[in-house]
Design a protein around this ligand. Structure first.
Ligand code: HEM
Length: 516
């Protein structure tokens, strides 16, 4: 299309006019097509959405930083915000512009480093509770080891962790699988978003032409979304009870240290103009549950997957854990604090490498709210052979930011960036100068800018803790099915087994007790 403002940007031809590249982007194993496109066309690729509409796949560091850190010049795309509303109500992930700024300001205090350190004992308790269950199962069997599906067990343990840390709410999910809220949230993303049909992809893309009120009405009355409607009802009821309880504790002068209490407390101090409404407060709770549960479950799973494949790395990490335990004992204490976790070089290399290689939030969808010029890290050759140093785009342009591609940039992460290798962090082979405003380790896994992940410190501390607890208790071993594990695209990047997709997320690993 000659009139297209993006016509000079190279990209693949699409085989389907109706669906463009949506199937390659959203149906295939996460990243497969993208990696191929990057290899062929570079860090900015023009791809098609439905009926010939165009979007840019962006992995260029400077372009990504420009877009993500533009304040509200580039907005989270309306369809993604609607997904935020469906999963969590009109809270932080849905809010836009000034409303988003207001929500975010009130949510931030619960996520500072000073708050995160209080959550570490909770993470340890949940990870240990899961380990105790595993030890019981192993001791009851005739074998010295057992195969556990990590996706299932970790999802219970991390649900308990987010419940206690964020709300002081005990799902009791490790021991009891009957809690209604827990059941509603278990595997929600995979249930709601895995393997969308061609029709599903088309409808999702066409929503970009539909006004948000119409989109909301259609979705609220769509019987196919009943799992999400159910989660909304159950979540709202629990959130209302929790708010009443928090307000009472604050009034009695006995507030807890969870994230939700901090939010309710900050909100009480706000002026009536900026204060969050009851509906907005309720939505924040569901935002935290949705944003903070399956994301961490799957990230810990991918870390365990890499550990199972690499016994030497496990041994080295276990040695680092043992030596830190001795230091903690020498100072008369018994358990790790946040400082101890952060002072462990290999543990942190493992966390960074896991988050680099498995950025579970697969895409960052943004729409230009005004005409703009996107700068590039390095010039590229356009389709006409002309050198392009920046890209002028009109208001309404859609981009898909790709953490998977950015995180594999060899100029930042080294020539072997397409492999999992913790050494790159230990040896300091990462380009850290001119970091792009990414919150953690120069990675775009948690996005960047005004809509970056608010829970990144929470997520990193939880990942650190679960690796420590898993490895001080167990040796993790591969199983024959490991060769068939693939990264499935389900809004987040989840492990599934080739040939067993109908079983949903799975990661069966063999676990032995660690020798004393
Ligand atoms: C490894 C774990 C995690 C990853 C990789 C991750 C990644 C992300 C990314 C990429 C975004 C931006 C999405 C976008 O703009 O399109 C985001 C937003 C968000 N995350 Fe996380 N996240 C993780 C864990 C958490 C945790 C533990 C919490 C809460 C306890 C959380 C709460 C949120 C919320 C509320 C937002 C919306 C922020 C806003 O729009 O202002 N996330 N996350």
């Amino acid at each position: 299309k000659l009139s297209s403002p993006l016509r000079n940007i190279p990209g693949p031809k699409s085989e389907s006019f109706v669906l463009g590249h949506l199937r390659e982007l959203l149906q295939q194993p996460a990243g497969l097509a993208e990696i191929e496109w990057q290899r062929k066309y570079g860090d900015i690729v023009r791809i098609k959405a439905s009926f010939g509409s165009e979007q840019l796949l962006v992995a260029d560091p400077k372009a990504l930083q420009h877009i993500l850190c533009s304040g509200y010049k580039w907005r989270r795309s309306p369809v993604r915000r609607e997904m935020g509303r469906l999963t969590s109500g009109k809270g932080l992930a849905w809010a836009d512009g000034e409303t988003h700024k207001r929500h975010r300001k009130l949510m931030i205090p619960g996520f500072r480093a000073s708050e995160t350190k209080h959550f570490v004992p909770i993470f340890f308790a949940c990870a240990e509770a899961m380990s105790t269950e595993w030890k019981k199962t192993i001791s009851r069997s005739d074998e010295k080891s057992q195969v556990f599906d990590f996706t299932d067990h970790l999802s219970h343990a991390t649900l308990d962790a987010i419940g206690l840390a964020a709300f002081d709410y005990d799902f009791g999910s490790i021991h009891n699988h009957e809690n209604e809220l827990a059941k509603a949230y278990q595997g929600l993303t995979a249930k709601a978003f895995r393997a969308p049909s061609n029709m599903g992809l088309l409808v999702l893309d066409l929503f970009k032409h539909v006004p948000s009120t119409v989109m909301e009405f259609m979705n609220d009355h769509n019987p196919r979304l009943k799992a999400l409607h159910h989660v909304a009802r159950v979540g709202n009821d629990v959130a209302k009870q929790l708010i009443a309880q928090k307000v009472e504790e604050i009034e009695q002068g006995t507030p807890n240290k969870d994230i939700y209490t901090t939010l309710v407390q900050s909100n009480l101090q706000e002026s009536s103009k900026t204060r969050l409404s009851g509906e907005e407060l309720v939505a924040q709770m569901r935002n935290l549950l949705f944003g903070g549960h399956e994301t961490t479950t799957n990230t810990i799973c991918w870390a365990a997957y890499e550990l199972a494949r690499n016994p030497t790395l496990q041994d080295k990490l276990r040695a680092e854990i043992k030596s830190t335990e001795r230091k903690i004992k020498d100072r008369g204490q018994s358990e790790f604090r946040l400082n101890d976790l952060e002072a462990m070089p290999l543990l942190n290399a493992m966390c960074k490498e896991t988050l680099r290689y498995y950025p579970i939030a697969i895409h960052l969808f943004r729409t230009a709210n005004e005409d703009d010029v996107i700068p590039l890290s390095k010039p590229m050759i356009g389709t006409t052979g002309k050198v392009i140093t920046n890209i002028a785009v009109p208001k309404g342009t859609q981009i898909v930011g790709s953490p998977q591609l950015y995180n594999r940039n060899p100029e930042i992460f080294g020539e072997d960036a397409s492999e999992f290798n913790t050494d790159r962090w230990i040896e300091g082979r990462i380009k850290t100068e001119d970091t792009l405003g990414m919150p953690y380790a120069n990675l775009v896994t948690f996005a960047a800018g005004s809509r970056s992940c608010i829970g990144w410190r929470f997520a990193v501390a939880e990942l650190q803790t679960f690796i420590v607890v898993l490895l001080r208790n167990f040796v993790i071993e591969s199983t024959p099915k490991l060769a068939k594990i693939r990264r499935e695209s389900a809004l987040t990047m989840v492990p599934v087994i080739e040939g067993e997709l109908d079983k949903g997320t799975q990661l069966p690993l063999r676990v032995y007790l660690v020798a004393e």
